[in-house]
Design a protein around this ligand. Structure first.
Ligand code: ADP
Ligand code: MG
Ligand code: MG
Length: 254
């Protein structure tokens, strides 16, 4: 069972006026097969955590450790992290002009699997995964994220998740901007991957809505750059009722 261990992680973001510490000592352990919801107010550093785990160059780790089965993740390049099984679906996915969804996915699968998937089985695999996500087959020939609607972007993320089968999946606000139907399709995709038992999921969200569809094993409240409280699914109910106010008192969030 793969285990991602984050210990006392401190991260600064580089701004025009110098480095700004965003993560202030994050501790978290995610095992394959577990689903952890990370919930918190806007500006608390949730996306910074996601980007830092994926190796985004704008974020500088100033302290702490991140390991995957004891291997130092922070020492790995972005590609090496993906190959090791760390997957990030971004809150604001980037456009990749001139690269079709189908080619993008095959390149990504080649990188993560270590060899190019056989073309015939691959085409079938993609087609079936797209069907499960109620996606139009023509979608495979479109350029990545170019003119994608919010719902298409999210389905594309889940398509990647299903095909790449990472050990640790980080889903940053996968629920944002989705209507109820799209939310259900996307959640079903996450649940399918989850039921395989092979993936540990870090479900980052501001709202409790998605947790009606994806039941987390653990819920963590993120505030001011660290985990302020951890609990079971009942913690999400408490947040739904009481909001984040008690966690942000006496400090600023942006
Ligand atoms: P959340 O995802 O919880 O809303 P973020 O991680 O996006 O929070 O942001 C946390 C804080 O870090 C915010 O104050 C934000 O302005 C700042 N921040 C994050 N990324 C950058 C960046 N690339 N440049 C400047 N500031 C950033
Ligand atoms: Mg935000
Ligand atoms: Mg965010």
């Amino acid at each position: 069972m793969a285990t991602l261990e984050i210990h006392d992680l401190h991260v600064s973001v580089d701004t025009d006026s110098g480095p700004n510490e965003i993560l202030r000592g994050v501790d978290l352990t995610v095992k394959q097969g577990e689903t952890h919801a990370i919930m918190g107010p806007n500006g608390s550093g949730k996306s910074t955590l996601a980007y830092s785990l994926a190796g985004h160059p704008k974020y500088t780790v100033t302290g702490g450790t991140v390991t995957l089965d004891g291997e130092d993740v922070l020492e790995m390049s972005v590609d090496e992290r993906a190959r090791a099984g760390v997957f990030l679906a971004m809150q604001y996915p980037v456009e990749v002009p001139g690269v079709s969804v189908s080619n993008f996915l095959r390149t990504a699968a080649t990188a993560t699997r270590g060899e190019a998937p056989k073309l015939r089985t691959w085409v079938k695999e993609v087609k079936e995964a797209m069907q499960r996500l109620s996606m139009d087959p023509a979608f495979a020939e479109r350029n990545v994220n170019e003119g994608f609607s919010g719902g298409e972007k999210k389905r594309h993320e889940i398509l990647q998740l299903e095909l790449l089968k990472p050990k640790i999946a980080i889903l940053d606000e996968t629920d944002s901007g989705l209507d109820v139907d799209a939310l259900r399709v996307v959640s079903e995709g996450v649940n399918r991957v989850r039921e395989s038992g092979d993936v540990g999921t870090l479900l980052i969200t501001h709202y409790t809505r998605i947790l009606r569809y994806i039941k987390p094993d653990h819920v963590h409240v993120f505030a001011k750059g660290r985990i302020a409280e951890s609990g079971g699914p009942e913690l999400a109910d408490k947040l739904e009722a009481e909001g984040y106010e008690q966690y942000v008192k006496g400090g600023t969030t942006s």
